[in-house]
Every structure is written in C-alpha cells, then in structure tokens.
Design a protein around this ligand. Structure first.
Ligand SMILES: NC(=O)c1ccc[n+]([C@@H]2O[C@H](COP(=O)([O-])OP(=O)(O)OC[C@H]3O[C@@H](n4cnc5c(N)ncnc54)[C@H](OP(=O)(O)O)[C@@H]3O)[C@@H](O)[C@H]2O)c1
Length: 301
C-alpha cells in the first residue's frame, strides 16, 4: 500500500514506519524534519501541523494516511503548552482532512491517533470503545481531535481512531522517563497507587496500527491497550521486580503537583481500559501480561 505518515520522527512513528517498511509498504513522510529511518526511495514532504496550510501535493497518489503528529503531552501544562497540545492535533488534523478533500483521487483510509485520555479519570470503571467521553483538558483535546478526523468519513474514507494507552518501549515514552529513578532504586507508586494504568508494549501498539491499516472495514474507535491493565502500585512493583530494585518510595500527589502543575492529573488519573474492538476483530497481542512485556523490554538484548 502507498502510505503517508505524520509524526514519523516520534517514538511511535519511528516504530510504525520501520514496521510498515519491513512489510513492503511504500512510504512517504509528512513532517517538520525527515526521520533518520527514512530509506532512499521513501518520499519526504515538509509540513508543520501547527503552522502550515493543507499539504495537498504530498497526499497525491496515497492510498492510506497514518496521522500521529502532536506536541508532546508529558510536559508542564503552561498556557502555551496547552495551546500547542491542542492546536497541533486539532488544527493539524483539520488541515490534513482539508488537503484530502482537495484531492481528485482520495486515500481509502485515515488511521488517526487519539489517546485513552478521551475517557478522563474513571476510577475502577471498565472502559471499552463504547464508553462515553470523560472530563478535563485531555478528554476535550481527544474529542476535538477525533471529531476532526471523523470529517474524513464524509469524504468517503474509512476513519480509524486509535486511542493509545501508555505505550511501553525502550526508546521513548513513559517507560524511558521512569527508568532512571527505578534503576536507582528510587522508584515507587504515585500517590496511593490505586489508579489503573492501561499500558501496551510498543510491538503490540505498532502491530495494532498495522492490523487496522490492512484490515478492510476496520473503522471506528480502537483502544490500543493490553487486555490486562494494572493498578499503578502493581506497575511499580512489577517494574522494580524486573529491574531487581526496590520500588517502595511512593511519590506524594502534592509533590507531583509542584513538579508538573495540572499535568500531574494525567499521572494520578485512573483508566481501566479494555481493547474490545481489537480482540473482537481477531487481533492477537504478543504481550498481554505486564511482567512479560517489561522483561522483553528491559532484560532481553
Ligand atoms: N506514546 C504514548 O504512550 C502515547 C499514548 C497516547 C497517545 N499517544 C499519541 O500518539 C501520537 C504519537 O505519540 P508519540 O509518543 O510517538 O509522540 P512523540 O514522540 O512526541 O512524536 C510526535 C511527533 O509529532 C510531531 N510534533 C511534535 N510536536 C509538534 C508540534 N508542536 N507541531 C507539529 N508536529 C509536532 C513530531 O513529528 P515531526 O517532527 O516529524 O513533524 C513528533 O515526532 C501522539 O499524538 C500522542 O499524543 C501516544
């Protein structure tokens, strides 16, 4: 398939790009800079999701669009940062769909990233793709972001919205941020650690994107999470065990608040998510269980 990818220099985009290239897809990248993994024959078009107009030329001849670009969420949410988080996703997606509308021959599918932040802070409630939206800044961003992507349905595209959980990988994302403290024996639960963490191994997150891309009719919302979410205390305990380090130093909520401001709510919020759509569609995850996922990422190679 001829696939164009945004966010291709990011943590997920790099892994998605490499996996699709290995599978023989023809790739083109749309972004602020050419990613290092780009092969000689791949195309690159410069586009800044926040500033530039619709990139019509870049989309010509493409059969599928995978849209992952967005300002990093894990940073202190100043007014400016919140604006960039919102604008890069909502206006970026709007520009992309506008470009698609101007094409004579349109791609058949848009796979657009979203996040389980869509569901807000939901305690012990089990959340599937059918669950309603939640409250708060991230939920508002996810809803607006998905709404922009859904406009491509009116243009005849299959639109798949992938609500990623906490993606665990060696080369970025949340795990890379946690590792220094845990490796030093200074890790531990956040607050009381009762909040649910819906995680997914990066190999499965990428596998799910590829599955959705290649499965005809696979539209709608997809939770990209493992089927066995854990409470934050269990996550910390398991990470400590895999690293053979103590992980008992709880981080009080007020300290997080001081360090991260409003963003701390993302770390203390609870989302117990199930990947119902993927399981029903027959997608098989390689890592359903946290300890096996962490062992693969941290003790092999
Ligand atoms: N990683 C996770 O655990 C996770 C969880 C839930 C949802 N997601 C979502 O999945 C998508 C990909 O995640 P990721 O972890 O790969 O993110 P990432 O590493 O931060 O990469 C995102 C990419 O978006 C582009 N970008 C960043 N800031 C931008 C800005 N201000 N304006 C325009 N483009 C910008 C960059 O690509 P270029 O420089 O190439 O343009 C960047 O490489 C994101 O939308 C993220 O919110 C990720």
């Amino acid at each position: 398939m001829r696939v164009i990818l945004t966010g291709a220099s990011g943590f997920l985009g790099r892994a998605v790009g490499k996996r699709l290239a290995e599978a023989g897809h023809e790739l083109r990248v749309l972004g602020r800079r050419a990613p290092s993994w780009l092969r000689a024959g791949d195309g690159f078009h410069r586009w800044d999701a926040m500033r530039d107009a619709a990139p019509v030329k870049a989309l010509e001849g493409m059969e599928a669009v995978i849209h992952l670009a967005g300002e990093p969420v894990a940073q202190r949410w100043t007014q400016g940062a919140k604006q960039r988080i919102q604008q890069s996703r909502v206006e970026g997606t709007r520009a992309l769909v506008k470009a698609i509308s101007r094409l004579e021959a349109r791609p058949k599918v848009l796979v657009s990233a979203s996040a389980i932040g869509y569901y807000g802070d939901r305690g012990d409630e089990v959340l599937t793709e059918e669950s309603g939206r939640g409250d708060g800044f991230l939920a508002d961003v996810c809803v607006a972001w998905e709404q922009e992507a859904l406009k491509a349905e009116e243009l005849g595209l299959r639109v798949s919205r992938v609500r990623f959980g906490v993606v665990l990988g060696r080369e970025g994302g949340a795990l890379a941020k946690m590792l220094p403290a845990f490796r030093a024996g200074l890790g531990g639960p956040i607050g009381k650690g009762r909040q649910w963490m819906s995680w997914i191994h990066i190999a499965d997150a990428v596998g799910m994107v590829k599955f959705i891309l290649e499965t005809p009719g696979a539209g709608g919302a997809w939770n990209a999470t493992a089927p066995m979410p854990v409470r934050n205390a269990e996550f910390s305990h398991t990470l400590g065990r895999v690293l053979r380090r103590p992980a008992v130093l709880a981080v009080p909520r007020f300290v997080l608040g001081l360090a991260f401001g409003e963003m701390a709510g993302m770390l203390t919020g609870s989302q117990r998510v199930e990947p119902e759509a993927a399981l029903k569609a027959g997608f098989r995850l390689e890592y359903a269980e946290l300890e096996a996922a962490l062992k693969d990422l941290l003790t092999t190679r």
